[in-house]
Design a protein around this ligand. Structure first.
Ligand SMILES: *[C@@H]1O[C@H](CO)[C@@H](O)[C@H](O)[C@H]1NC(C)=O
Ligand SMILES: *[C@@H]1O[C@H](CO)[C@@H](O)[C@H](O)[C@H]1NC(C)=O
Ligand SMILES: *[C@@H]1O[C@H](CO)[C@@H](O)[C@H](O)[C@H]1NC(C)=O
Length: 636
């Protein structure tokens, strides 16, 4: 086809599309979507997708314009259980099916690129079993922390170093052993190429959207970079820089007189940046700031390093708590009958508000000596009805399926179709949740957009965690409600051991980047010097302050909560049921609450995608060092 003809065709096609768009916009539904999409501030203007028109347009017949269209192809690793999704930059649209042409497939934002960060494990020294165990725990801390901040943490060993062509030239240089290990580390890094190289004791210690972490995630380094005052803690660079720096250093005649690689590499090759949100627990720092740990390591390396691991985890946790200084909000829209519904979120919030266990509970991370330790200033937990969009608040929310919401409101599972249509308001859940950000005047489509933004935008995902009722492990709400025996007696009050299954919690650990405490009242083992009563506020003897807060006088009685929990369980079964009558009820509930349904499906798919992302990562890494043996990977 001649270029001019092609251009004409393009112009005609563009004109036809415009006409189509204008025509379809005049149908009420799409027009309101577009108007709402446009009226939400600071959301990038995304072209509204016209629903596939069934209008008989007078388009020239040569166009073969059809009313049906291909569904977008299914992407790799994009289904999990009932959830399926499609990653596309046009995700911030009210209804996914207008893009996927599939009721069930939800459009999610594309997963952000995760830049590589490497650490090196010197596998040439022999380790006993106990040492290996501690190594494993520390590696897990390192991987989890960097993963949660948006990186792709990979553990390298001698295997990668040996794959580098310069490796054979290391030994003949006669360097001190420590320096040789450092060079091996750099060769392994260089073999992998562009990325970050971190020490195992170097952790990201700041908010997800901290400026330095954003810069590091961008993954572009004009020059080899090191960080002020943390020595070999962290480097960044591109393959060509790394290669030439190593080459250069190895050719230096004074090589064996250097103590470290930062001496060996010409300082002019480095650009030096401030390690604002990077914490490095090297031996110097330990001696200076955490001498109890340094001494413990001297006395018993295995035990001491285990204490160090706990200290690092506690600092990651404290920094998270400090980031959300206004506390945790557990959303409880439509509070009358949703106590059991929010119970698991509340429980998770309580675990997050716990003070982490460590030898030095009032210490701060090395890069942030002015932090507010958890002891004496516990996080606030509240349960408002609406989502509040504030950067210092963390939100945890559970989204019910519309059918679940209807049965909870009715307090029985014997609802009729007539009752749903006549007596229930549409999309009550999402209306209530978005009331604070949007007020009362907006329609459902703009509420869905606001909710998706809160769940999945760069800003939102760092500040909130959303589940569907189904995403909590089965019957968790029932378990929690059944087990809790309110008591005013300190002695008799049982330790609230979490009913969350371990593998479920592990996903949450990776989401936050630190091990979440497993009990809500961490009873001090011998190593926790904080006297317990200090953690409880006066006048509420016997029940920890945070527990007390969760008992709202307006809350339903224990008995009512049991009813709710039973209804929840029934609804969960009904949603997955094949029974004809139940399916019909569910369909009616869904059609009646399209916005609530979209929110529920979106949240389900978003969580599933994030779990899947890690599963795929662990699967890929399982053949290499540093992954959890339980996932059938080899250790090294
Ligand atoms: C992801 O997709 C690949 C290729 O389709 C498949 O081999 C792998 O098992 C999937 N991973 C998960 C966790 O589903
Ligand atoms: C529950 O539903 C039934 C009909 O299905 C209706 O008669 C009753 O009023 C509803 N109860 C509430 C509290 O909404
Ligand atoms: C919340 O605030 C951030 C930053 O001000 C903004 O980008 C985002 O769109 C807001 N989200 C909602 C749901 O209003």
């Amino acid at each position: 086809m001649a270029p001019t003809n092609f251009r004409t065709l393009l112009i005609v096609a563009a004109a036809a599309l415009t006409a189509l768009f204008i025509l379809s916009s005049s149908t009420r539904h799409v027009a309101s979507n577009a108007a709402h999409a446009a009226s939400i501030p600071s959301i990038p203007s995304i072209p509204s997708i016209p629903s596939i028109p069934s209008l008989d347009l007078n388009v020239p017949s040569t166009f073969h314009w059809r009313t049906s269209a291909h569904k977008p192809p299914v992407q790799k690793n994009s289904t999990s259980g009932e959830a399926s999704w499609y990653s596309d930059w046009r995700w911030l649209n009210p209804f996914s099916s207008s893009l996927t042409l599939d009721e069930e497939r939800i459009v999610l934002p594309p997963l952000p690129e995760r830049p590589y960060i490497y650490t090196y494990l010197d596998t040439t020294v022999k380790r006993d079993k106990q040492t290996q165990e501690v190594d494993k725990e520390i590696i897990a801390t390192w991987r989890r922390a960097w993963w949660a901040k948006g990186f792709r943490p990979v553990v390298l060993t001698q295997a990668e170093a040996m794959a580098h062509p310069l490796y054979p030239s290391l030994k003949p240089k006669g360097m001190p052993h420590a320096l040789e290990v450092e060079f091996s580390r750099w060769l392994a890094w260089s073999h992998m190429g562009t990325g970050l190289l971190a020490d195992l004791y170097c952790l990201p210690m700041g908010a997800y959207d901290d400026a330095l972490l954003i810069h590091l995630r961008r993954g572009q380094f004009a020059q080899l970079t090191r960080f002020e005052a943390i020595g070999s803690g962290l480097f960044a660079g591109e393959k060509s820089h790394i290669d030439s720096a190593v080459q250069d250093a190895l050719n230096d005649a004074r090589l064996s007189s250097f103590n470290s690689i930062t001496d060996a590499v010409k300082s002019s090759l480095f650009r030096v940046e401030q390690p604002t949100s990077i914490a490095y627990y090297d031996s110097g720092t330990l001696q200076k700031r955490y001498s109890a740990i340094a001494n413990a390591i001297l006395v018993d390396p295995v035990k001491g390093r285990r204490h160090l691991n706990k200290l690092m985890i506690s600092h990651l946790h404290i920094v998270w708590q400090n980031t959300f200084s206004s506390g945790i909000e557990v959303l409880k829209p439509l509070p009358a009958h949703t106590t059991a519904l929010v119970e698991p979120s509340l429980h998770l919030a309580q675990l997050l508000a716990e003070c982490p266990e460590t030898l030095l509970p009032s210490s701060c991370p090395p890069n942030n000596p002015k932090c507010t330790p958890c002891v004496g200033s516990k996080m606030r937990i509240t349960h408002p009805e609406a989502f509040r969009n504030a950067s210092s608040l963390y939100t945890i929310a559970t989204v019910p399926h519309p059918y679940t919401m209807i049965t909870l409101n009715n307090q029985t599972s014997d609802v009729t179709i007539k009752h749903i249509r006549r007596n229930t308001d549409r999309d009550r859940w999402i209306h209530s949740v978005t009331r604070d950000v949007l007020g009362d005047g907006r329609g459902a489509p703009s509420r869905v957009i606001a909710l998706k933004d809160a769940v999945a935008s760069e800003f939102g995902r760092a500040r909130s965690l959303w589940f569907t009722v189904e995403h909590f492990p089965p019957n968790i709400a029932v378990d929690i409600t059944a087990d809790r025996v309110p008591t005013n007696d300190v002695e008799e009050r049982p330790v609230d051991k979490t009913p969350f299954p371990e593998n479920w919690l592990e996903d949450i650990d990776w989401h936050f980047g630190f091990l979440i405490p497993r009990t809500t009242v961490s009873h001090g083992e011998s190593m926790n010097p904080v006297p317990l009563p200090e953690r409880w506020s006066k006048g509420q003897q016997g029940v920890p302050a945070d527990k007390k807060k969760s008992y709202d006088p307006a809350d339903p009685t224990e008995n009512q909560q049991k009813v709710e929990a039973q209804l929840l369980k029934k609804a969960r079964d009904a949603i997955n049921s094949k029974d004809k009558q139940l399916r019909l009820m569910r369909d009616v509930a869904e059609k009646w609450n399209l916005a609530d349904l979209e929110a529920w499906r979106f949240v389900r798919a978003f969580r599933a995608q994030s779990v899947m992302e890690r599963d795929v990562f662990e699967e890929e890494e399982s053949a290499y060092a540093g992954t959890n043996g339980a996932r059938k990977g080899r250790w090294w």
